[in-house]
Design a protein around this ligand. Structure first.
Ligand SMILES: *[C@@H]1O[C@H](CO)[C@@H](O)[C@H](O)[C@H]1NC(C)=O
Ligand SMILES: *[C@@H]1O[C@H](CO)[C@@H](O)[C@H](O)[C@H]1NC(C)=O
Ligand SMILES: *[C@@H]1O[C@H](CO)[C@@H](O)[C@H](O)[C@H]1NC(C)=O
Ligand SMILES: *[C@@H]1O[C@H](CO)[C@@H](O)[C@H](O)[C@H]1NC(C)=O
Ligand SMILES: *[C@@H]1O[C@H](CO)[C@@H](O)[C@H](O)[C@H]1NC(C)=O
Ligand SMILES: *[C@@H]1O[C@H](CO)[C@@H](O)[C@H](O)[C@H]1NC(C)=O
Length: 464
């Protein structure tokens, strides 16, 4: 009996060591979806999951409060529940990225490496009396993947890659866009693709449309579309991706997921798009070994970095007139799962099916993408036409919270609309750190563990 206890305690101890999430009350900052524009958006304070020992108070600062005794911009008391969120009146304002991470011109060749991220001037700290308990900030993470040493040799299908859905559906100038339909319903991201990547997003989902705009350049005919409306020129997105991988050496998975306008029965348009991609990204796209019919998700970050080709291109090769000529640069699309037409309780059930990796799960041993999104149609059923931000405000924090538990260990790509109301990138980094630790220490034990949340039974791997 006593021996059993000792093993049990030892297991628990090791689990805590590898799970830095065990702060008694994690507190973090996110960007609310309430404001109209990004500069008007307010900061939110989040706590949990599982805030066991709530702090007496939380302060928000514009400078690092661990350096000196600054007065907080805002003080919040009375945090009680295990998990929660509170909107603050502090506006984000105009964001500037430090270290050369604002969108660079072609002449800029380097930027400061931030292996552990770099705080923007928004900090949150929690206290009991004057005792500092936790500190966090809103941060950019342009180099997180390269910094995870043991994760670099793992196949991409084993990593948790934070992503965006409808990644090119953003607007940079709110007053220039007149259409309310576009502004409220079709725009899906606060940030342009450059900023998404600087924040740490590593998977992009692109829906492409074609219209002949009578330009001398074929590139001008390709657009990012969402729900059948043209939103942004595709070339802007592609160039952001190229500049980002050249500056950061990170890996980006670029998924050409749908072609709703102008492509149907036009293989020559697919071909023209492919030529544009090859011309713009050819030097940085990973080349697959076709002689062994290589699955791109089996490759690791190291494999891609060694070849200096760090964009993984997911593209429906079969649509091209001569697929065999192009197959070196193109990876077969990964499995996609979407919650578009589900309500919250169905979303939870679906995640249980996908992320628990039970035998009946449809997830195969390859790359896969979980689109945690709600469609307009689903929102219509609730009798009120919710805007894209309102939909993301409901689903994102839930999914983010559920991925904090053991399900996160089985995630591959998770993509959201308006990811900035979550700490998805931090969650992915924590999970990957944990996975890399497990992979580097090859003795595992599979254990069923019980979590206090709703009595759900999760399966987890624990190191002994
Ligand atoms: C902070 O103080 C509260 C009581 O005021 C207590 O419940 C909680 O456990 C303390 N938290 C920590 C981390 O010491
Ligand atoms: C805690 O949760 C309950 C029920 O969900 C809610 O009514 C209450 O306002 C929450 N309290 C705080 C301090 O967030
Ligand atoms: C945004 O668009 C408006 C109206 O077209 C224009 O006056 C303004 O200069 C633009 N702002 C920026 C930052 O480009
Ligand atoms: C493809 O894989 C085969 C078998 O592993 C190997 O012999 C060959 O060199 C590879 N080709 C390239 C271009 O890497
Ligand atoms: C593509 O391959 C086909 C046959 O497989 C060949 O006839 C054609 O010339 C090739 N086209 C290009 C552009 O390489
Ligand atoms: C979600 O949808 C299912 C099936 O339509 C329904 O049975 C359930 O009541 C819904 N749940 C909520 C919370 O709306």
């Amino acid at each position: 009996m006593e021996g059993m206890w000792k093993i049990g305690l030892f297991l628990l101890h090791c689990h805590l060591l590898v799970a830095p999430l065990a702060a008694s009350c994690p507190i973090f900052l996110t960007i609310s979806l309430a404001g109209k524009t990004l500069t008007e958006a307010c900061l939110e304070v989040n706590w949990g999951p599982d805030c066991f020992a709530p702090p007496e108070w939380v302060g928000i600062y514009r400078q690092d409060p661990s350096v000196s005794n600054f007065q907080p911009e805002l003080r919040i008391d009375g945090i009680r529940n295990r998990t929660g969120k509170r909107l603050t009146p502090i506006k984000l304002g105009k964001l500037h990225f430090p270290g050369g991470w604002n969108r660079p011109g072609d002449e800029q060749k380097t930027a400061t490496r931030y292996p552990k991220g770099k705080c923007l001037p928004y900090y949150v700290a929690s206290y009991n009396g004057t005792e500092l308990l936790t500190i966090d900030c809103l941060k950019i993470q342009p180099n997180w993947l390269a910094h995870l040493k043991d994760a670099a040799s793992m196949p991409l299908k084993r990593l948790f890659l934070p992503g965006t859905h409808a990644s090119g559906a953003y607007i940079t100038n709110y007053s220039k866009t007149k259409s309310l339909l576009v502004k409220d319903y079709l725009v899906a991201q606060h940030f342009d693709v450059w900023s998404q990547l600087v924040f740490g997003i590593r998977y992009l989902d692109l829906s492409v449309g074609y219209r002949n705009v009578d330009s001398s350049s074929e590139a001008d005919n390709f657009w990012v579309v969402n729900e059948n409306m043209f939103i942004n020129p595709l070339i802007d997105v592609i160039r952001d991706v190229r500049r980002f991988v050249q500056l950061s050496n990170e890996v980006v998975v670029l998924d050409f997921s749908s072609f709703p306008i102008g492509f149907y029965k036009h293989p020559e348009i697919y071909s023209s798009l492919y030529h544009l991609i090859r011309q713009e990204l050819g030097e940085v796209v990973y080349e697959r070994n076709v002689s062994i019919n290589e699955h791109c998700a089996d490759r690791s970050f190291d494999d891609m970095r060694n070849g200096g080709r760090q964009v993984l291109l997911l593209f429906p090769t079969q649509e091209l007139p001569h697929p065999e000529n192009e197959s070196v640069l193109l990876c077969t699309p990964w499995q996609r799962f979407s919650t578009s037409y589900m309500n919250i309780s169905q979303t939870l059930d679906y995640m249980r099916l996908l992320f628990s990796r039970k035998p009946e799960s449809p997830v195969q041993d390859d790359g896969w993408i979980f689109h945690a999104v709600k469609s307009i149609e689903q929102a219509l059923n609730t009798h009120k036409l919710q805007t894209a931000k309102e939909r993301a405000a409901l689903i994102n924090p839930k999914v983010n919270q559920w991925l904090n538990g053991p399900w996160g260990l089985n995630a591959n790509v998770v993509a959201m609309d308006y990811f900035s109301n979550t700490n998805l990138v931090d969650v992915a980094i924590q999970v990957n750190t944990h996975k890399a630790f497990l992979a580097a220490n090859d003795r595992f034990v599979n254990m069923e563990i019980l979590t206090p949340r709703g009595g759900n039974k999760y399966s987890s791997q624990i190191y002994i």
